[in-house]
Design a protein around this ligand. Structure first.
Ligand code: ZN
Length: 499
């Protein structure tokens, strides 16, 4: 009785332990490892990665999955049946790409990343172009291995956002763009109404960290099961149900970098900390998709952290941590953290223009995969789109098509999830607020547990047992919808910019 399931569970736990151990090594590499440790660390990571892959994809795992699926107590049990179902899906997917191709591809990706870093530094796109061409070819082959019917990009998208379709994302983005471009124009015409002078200045790192920690703790990031350390590129990483870490970086001349970075990563971490413990070490103990993950980080960063109500609670505390804010009116501070300005760099973009950066990348990826855009023509296409969507032209490729690491490391199909996450964050927040109309007033009191409890129940607890599509439908009663996001942006920025 249940004997195959028990054996399966042990095997899945082993594979997950190996992945989590890799995460620990990866986190250490980015935080505390001395620079010279990098060569051996790469070997260690590659060994653990291989062992995890072998454990999970072995024929023995396949047999256990098939046998366990037949067991009566598995079929009748919600948790056990989900564990078998989701792992069966992962298993089938992972078997589709031949091992020798995976090895060839990861080599191309690691060479691509090195070439990209140099090309960006030297502002030399042609030096990177052959590596990009190889990565595009490989991505196209991956799509063919995984299989697709309507568009090869569907297969790539599906790796990050299960069930998402290129045509649907295209339609969502088209609707968004139609409304965003005029909004950005109207804001730009009123640009003088908002100054970001208050958030530029001198902000000691220690004071920034202390205040960011205080806010993260208050919104519900559990530090007894988490930790904050410093890196160049902030991220969140999970070692287990009770150990979810975040990293950040501080800019002593700009307030937003550390504070909103910490809120953003705390949003990711609170998702992982909120996944029910029943999924621990099953492979379902994770966020269900990149977009759902990003909806959580963006909600805490923007809907909460950049709201007027949040600062009714937080501003007096900030003023005691950084006394220079005593001279700045709360309303001017609120406007400063919400300044909108078309800019060249995606990761520094504000809430309103951010999705436009994503659409540019999404359209270019599709064109690359289709073959209608040649890699050598990428800079020209990039600059034309920045001019069309944001009204600005990059002065060079380092600040243009070479700015992101994604294409160099073979990530294609990933970018759209950032914008989908922003859209979803508004849809989820709108639903939570309908259920709890006093939510914003609670923020003004420093109370965030009503929102967190709603997210725990409707978004976090299911882990990967629901697909993103199922989760969105269940939590909000409808599929992904761009309307709440546009309503949120229009009302908030209409107020700030007096439109
Ligand atoms: Zn994020």
């Amino acid at each position: 009785m249940g004997q195959h399931y028990d054996s399966l569970k042990l095997r899945l736990a082993e594979a997950q332990d190996l992945r989590r151990a890799s995460a620990v090594l990866g986190w250490d590499q980015e935080t505390y490892m001395p620079e010279k440790g990098v060569d051996e660390r790469s070997e260690q990571l590659s060994t653990l990665g291989r062992l995890a892959h072998e454990t999970f994809t072995s024929p023995a795992t396949g047999k256990l999955l098939r046998e366990a699926a037949k067991e009566e107590d598995v079929q009748k049990n919600r948790v056990k049946s989900a564990v078998v179902r989701v792992n069966q899906y992962d298993y089938t997917l992972s078997k589709k790409i031949p091992a020798d191709f995976v090895a060839q591809m990861s080599k191309a990706q690691s060479q691509g990343t090195t070439a990209w870093a140099r090309a960006r530094k030297e502002n030399n796109f042609p030096a990177f172009a052959p590596y990009l061409k190889k990565n595009v070819e490989n991505a196209r082959r991956v799509a063919d291995y995984l299989g697709w019917t309507d568009h090869p990009y569907d297969a790539l998208l599906n790796s990050y956002e299960r069930g998402a379709k290129t045509a649907e994302v295209r339609a969502v983005f088209a609707g968004l763009r139609e409304q965003l471009v005029p909004l950005v124009k109207a804001i730009t015409a009123n640009a003088s109404r908002v100054s970001d002078a208050p958030v530029n200045g001198k902000f000691p790192k220690a004071a920034q960290e202390e205040f960011a920690r205080l806010a993260a703790k208050q919104i519900g990031y559990d530090f007894s099961r988490g930790q904050l350390s410093y890196t160049n590129h902030p991220f969140c990483t999970t070692f287990g149900h009770d150990d979810v870490r975040i990293t950040s970086r501080a800019d002593e001349t700009f307030f937003n970098t550390m504070f909103f970075g910490v809120l953003h990563e705390s949003g990711h971490a609170m998702y992982e900390q909120g996944v029910s413990k029943v999924w621990a070490r099953t492979g379902l103990d994770d966020g269900t998709s990149m977009a759902v993950h990003e909806s959580q980080s963006r909600m805490w960063e923007n809907q909460v952290g950049r709201s007027r109500e949040f600062w009714q609670w937080a501003y007096p505390i900030l003023q005691t941590h950084m006394p220079q804010f005593k001279k700045v009116k709360q309303e001017n501070f609120y406007k400063a953290i919400n300044k909108v300005e078309p800019s060249l760099i995606r990761v520094e973009a504000d809430e309103v223009t951010y999705s436009l950066h994503i659409m540019i990348r999404f359209e270019m990826e599709i064109a690359l995969i289709e073959g209608s855009l040649k890699t050598k023509d990428v800079p020209e296409a990039w600059n034309a789109k920045y001019h069309e969507y944001l009204g600005i032209t990059p002065p060079n490729d380092a600040q243009g098509c070479l700015q992101d690491i994604h294409w160099s490391s073979g990530l294609m199909g990933y970018f759209p999830t950032y914008a989908l996450g922003s859209i979803l964050s508004a849809q989820l927040f709108e639903t939570a607020e309908k259920k709890h109309p006093g939510l914003r007033q609670e923020f003004a009191q420093g109370k965030f547990d009503t929102l967190l409890a709603w997210l725990n129940k409707n978004v976090h607890e299911p882990g990967r047992s629901l697909t993103p599509g199922e989760l969105i439908q269940k939590a909000t009663g409808r599929p992904l919808d761009v309307a709440p996001y546009m309503a949120y942006l229009t009302s908030k920025y209409g107020d700030i910019y007096g439109l």
